[in-house]
Ligand binder design. Sequence first.
Ligand SMILES: Nc1ncnc2c1ncn2[C@@H]1O[C@H](COP(=O)(O)OP(=O)(O)O)[C@@H](O)[C@H]1O
Ligand SMILES: [Mg+2]
Length: 330
Amino acid sequence: MAEKSVLLLFGGGSTEHEISKVSSKFIRKNLKSIEGIKTYAIELTKDNGYIAEDGEECHLSFTGELIFEKSGKRIKIDYAIPCLHGFPGETGDIQSVFELSRIPYFGCDKEASQNCFNKVTSKLWFDTLQIPNTPSIFLSSSNLNELEKARTFFRKYGEVFIKAASQGSSVGCYWVTDESNLEMSVIEAFNYSQHVLIEKALKARELEIAVYEYDGKIVVTRPGEIITPENEFYSYEEKYSNGSNSVTHIEAKDLTDTQVSTMMKIAKKAFVAMKLRHLARIDFFLTSEGEIYLNEVNTFPGMTEISMFPKMLENHGHSFINYLKQHITK
Ligand SMILES: Nc1ncnc2c1ncn2[C@@H]1O[C@H](COP(=O)(O)OP(=O)(O)O)[C@@H](O)[C@H]1O
Ligand SMILES: [Mg+2]
């Protein structure tokens, strides 16, 4: 059988560029154990350039070839893995390029990615699917009228989360407990996105479920948990810095059977109805009053050595190498 050329794309233009590099190293390590494939690990720079490991610039043609600028080498790509968190992977942009170039690829398609990435769009989906989610409103500008809406919402709940609609990694995400910081945070969030979501701030546990396709079936794991220190949220620093005090549990403790099964059912419903493919990490809140809310769907969750998604998959009894192999060689 001819060797398959696999394009492993990492980096990208988002604030998660560096994390995606770390994720790609982990995926690369796993790909090494798969016979019959040759991996081309290519970094997508912040200004959309493609750079090979030896520093040579290259680009992807609309005929599905990776073309190296200096040597003129052309490689027909058989499969692509968009190991990109945020733009242009989770936003659905790179999937359009793959489709136009007729390259089969790993993960959700363009539309599903877009629907999940935009926090306003995904709320509309959750509501339509009758999936419980945190009470919220969204603003389309920071004019006086919209700021007044924000103030009214704040006064109703006393504490809110303000989130740029098209962002991840807690960038453009602010926890506001004092009304005097409200306006500033809304304006800040608009620096990142065209829409801003305002949510009731919850006192809640943060639970995550991995959903993926294995042996042709959709697998839903039990929830894992992220525990952040008291009075902090799962901010960019808590997620990625060495000084993070957050703790993760591959399987959350002290949940009732009903809570577990409710979350698993909702995760599967979202995966199926929103037409997700191959993988997703679906994040929940469990409030102190026992309400379960779907927070967000990540279509390319962290894939580092210590990330929840690969760990939950292995904990479920599956092999991550085998999982990648199934999709690449299908
Ligand atoms: N409504 C909320 N109540 C309490 N904490 C929240 C709320 N929304 C977000 N958070 C905190 O902020 C973090 C980031 O928010 P999230 O919506 O997951 O955005 P991102 O896409 O950046 O991960 C969450 O993991 C959680 O710690
Ligand atoms: Mg999140």
